[in-house]
Design a protein around this ligand. Structure first.
Ligand SMILES: Cc1cc2nc3c(=O)[nH]c(=O)nc-3n(C[C@H](O)[C@H](O)[C@H](O)COP(=O)(O)OP(=O)(O)OC[C@H]3O[C@@H](n4cnc5c(N)ncnc54)[C@H](O)[C@@H]3O)c2cc1C
Length: 476
């Protein structure tokens, strides 16, 4: 199948691919998007800045937030791509290396490599008469018919300034620069922030530093990775029929019973009900706090010489501060005017469809309360169905285009997520799935069916020459 037809450049040197969709990024979102378009025979081309697929899971991808000790926080049972389960010999919570291999196996299995141009950053995308001019780091310019941004949300570290940091004699790093616990040997290390990465890194400090500390501003609910011997998400999966307020009550009580009173470990009491923030899935930190290898501290007041002063007046000598303070979302290759940014998040219909610009989509610009990849698959299928309907001039296209502009469903499953930037595009998986499925049915578009991608397993790659395409070193 020759999916990429037009390779002609005009007098301005722009290569015309106006029949083709450009996908930016070959991380998990870009890969599943590629699989969906390939299955529908919609021409596309993927650009990836790194030399292989896998996104953040490739620790050697410059700027990746990955660290050696990172494991999945959703279990392998509920986190695989549609129709592509994780290997049986994987543990319940695979390591980052296993997740990377899984993505590469996915790309190989569905013959996605030939469609990806590696070592090529997209540096600018501009709209032109309903199409998109795309400029790459290798100074090529293309005219594409559509853009799917799948370039991820964790490439722009959020690094707050700390009062007195100029006087600080220790070192300050953002967690994006933390890779290996060997960095901690012989040091007194303070981790700032108790998100999932912050908690993992604090545990690395607990096991490897002279002394680990974690500074926590707000109280969170800590969900153990296993409940009664089952992965926590598998344990909760059977309970979706229960109204959320009952789940919150029952799980809240169960957690108190299993984990105990966290304030006794120096952590603040949560100021919200369980599930109202992104879950912290970690039991090791509690273990470290109970053994004194990590000491919980409140918010930082200021840095002073070789020490950190905390809001409760306590002071600790610290050699290294790791700011696990998250990431600012960005789409740096497109001017801000192309997306409506609210609370630092792009406002998109169903987190996917640009409301103001035709043929501009994004996949992966949301966070959710479980494994993301099946959701990515279903979202990719929805985008591909819309593009297909449009190309086939099916009337459902116009009906859906109208929804993109007018429909603003609440996708929180009636859970009052905390009013923070992070939770402004946070979606409840069940609520999202139900709504998406309902709309899709109305349009007459199909949900994913087992076996629907099988034909790609034996497909041959594109017939264009892939002179720059395959610098991954992976044989095809
Ligand atoms: C520590 C950690 C643990 C996590 N654990 C889980 C988990 O257990 N379960 C789960 O479901 N999710 C988890 N996540 C969420 C995670 O974000 C997703 O698993 C996934 O990696 C997101 O995929 P993505 O394709 O949207 O983005 P990314 O993985 O960021 O991939 C984006 C790709 O785009 C490329 N790119 C970026 N900019 C450009 C450009 N300008 N030009 C060309 N290419 C570009 C990048 O190189 C990258 O390959 C975790 C995240 C972190 C940080």
């Amino acid at each position: 199948m020759d999916l990429v037809k037009n390779n002609q450049s005009d007098s301005t040197g722009i290569i015309d691919k106006s029949e083709t969709i450009c996908i930016v990024g070959a991380g998990p979102a870009g890969l599943t998007m590629a699989r969906s378009l390939l299955a529908k025979g919609i021409p596309f081309q993927v650009f990836e800045k790194h030399n292989d697929v896998g996104g953040i899971w490739d620790i050697s991808n410059p700027g990746s937030p990955m660290y050696e000790s990172a494991h999945f926080i959703s279990s392998k049972y509920l986190s695989s791509y549609f129709d592509f389960p994780m290997p049986e010999d994987y543990p319940d919570y695979p390591s980052n290396r296993q997740i990377l291999k899984y993505h590469r196996d996915f790309a190989k299995t569905y013959n996605l490599y030939p469609w990806i141009q590696f070592n090529t950053s997209i540096i600018e995308i501009k709209e032109k008469d309903g199409c998109w001019i795309v400029e790459t780091s290798s100074k090529e310019k293309y005219l594409f018919g559509g853009i799917i941004c799948a370039s991820g949300i964790t490439w722009s570290p959020n690094q707050p300034k700390l009062e007195g940091e100029n006087s600080f004699t220790g070192k300050i790093l953002h967690s994006v620069n933390y890779k290996s616990p060997s960095l901690f040997h012989g040091k007194r290390v303070l981790i700032v922030g108790a998100g999932n990465s912050g908690c993992d890194i604090a545990c690395d400090a607990g096991a490897n530093a002279e002394q680990g500390f974690i500074s926590v501003r707000r109280g969170y609910h800590f969900i153990p990775k296993h409940i009664l011997g089952q992965p926590a998400d598998v344990f909760g999966d059977g309970a979706h029929w229960i109204p959320n307020w009952i789940s919150q009550l029952v799980f809240g009580k169960l957690l108190k019973f299993l984990v105990g009173d966290l304030t006794k470990l120096g952590l603040p009491a949560p100021d919200h009900k369980i599930f109202e923030t992104h879950p912290i899935i970690n039991d090791q930190l509690i273990h470290n706090l109970r053994h004194g290898d990590v000491i919980a501290k409140p918010d930082i007041e200021k840095l002073e010489g070789d020490s950190v002063v905390f809001k409760d007046g306590s002071k600790e000598k610290i050699d290294l501060i790791i700011l696990a303070t998250g990431y600012n979302w960005s789409i740096p290759y497109m001017e801000r005017k192309y997306f409506e940014w609210k609370n630092g998040r792009p406002d998109l219909y169903l987190t996917l469809f640009n409301r103001n610009f035709e043929n501009l989509y994004a996949l992966g610009y949301m966070e959710t309360d479980g494994g993301a990849y099946k959701m990515f698959d279903e979202m990719a299928n929805l985008i591909a169905s819309y593009i297909e309907a449009k190309r086939k001039k099916n009337s459902s296209y116009l009906r859906f285009a109208n929804l993109i502009k007018t429909d603003r469903p609440l996708l929180n499953g009636k859970i009052q997520y905390l009013n923070t930037g992070r939770h402004s595009v946070y979606v409840n998986q069940v609520a999202y799935k139900n709504y998406r499925s309902k709309i899709q049915k109305k349009m007459g578009w199909f949900d994913l069916k087992p076996g629907q991608f099988n034909s790609l397993k034996s497909s041959i790659g594109p017939s264009i020459s892939h002179d720059q395409t395959t610098s991954s070193g992976i044989s095809q």
